[in-house]
Design a protein around this ligand. Sequence first.
Ligand code: ZN
Ligand code: ZN
Length: 342
Amino acid sequence: MSYTKSKLVAAREVCIEQVDMPQDIAPDHMRLKLATASICGTDMHYFRHFANAGFYLDYPVTLGHEACAYVADANGHDFAPGQLVAINPVIECGTCPACLRGDINMCPTKRFPGSATTKPHIDGFFREEFDFPARCCKAVADGVNPDHLTFAEPLACALHSVNRAGIKPGDKVLVTGCGPMGLLAVVGAVAKGAQADVTDLKPDSIAAAKAVGATAGFVIGQDDMTQLTSSYDVVIEASGSPHAYNQALDAVRKQGVISVLSLIQPTDVPINLHLNALKEVTSVGSILFTDEFADAVALIESGTVNFDAITAAKFPVSRTQDACEMMADGKAVGKVLIKPDA
Ligand SMILES: [Zn+2]
Ligand SMILES: [Zn+2]
């Protein structure tokens, strides 16, 4: 039986093909059928530029590293056929000093689907069937909605930035930027018992943030931002804008923490680093996650998060181009999901 597979062949050009799975499954892999995938900001960089952060794709690749799937063939591993699994897309080596410390996100030879940094590239999840290492798959409780479970990877990234910031119950947190990662940072901060406020350019995005637990929202260019000065224990930067980093330096309290969740691209915008010194700000970076993947799955299983409120649209694999275009034009509020065609 052939299945539908999308492939990014050039910037802004996705082709769709019908292909057959290979006969053999690698011994450490299982065969999986897509339940739901979702589009990440990283996928958007590849879609726009055929590159991310200066790393170009060597050849066409299937994008997508956020997904959950049903077990089609457990291939001898301890999973039941039809079991819904969350997929941790980080294939760490497991033996280097970083992996032995548990810092799988720092593994220098980790492999990641749909990424130019993994050579040879591994096809990602915007396709109806794929094989993936069994050890990266996590069975979930019965009744979990796959359209929620696909948030496990980005939620794990958001929880990692929350943990890097040391957010505690009762903390006042500001999240700058209400794209999907900012929205999930709100989810993570609220889950820790913090109060989360947000900033964004779009009132719609702020409304979505409030639907997942944000307290107050401030529209950039409309509301008075001076009221935020030195008000927050922690600021999580999730917009990717260097201007937002300056806003974070302003909004964080003395001896507070700025946690940078976004990938701010190299920039000529002057950063007010004097505030870093004068306020004794601690600034932490954040990339991927370590053991937060299990925490993210548990939070999704709890059913307490309104993921539907931060879902913009759903497209079949055959319309991956349209899904990426919707995400690229910047008007979508929340995640764009990709589902099997059948
Ligand atoms: Zn992602
Ligand atoms: Zn390693």
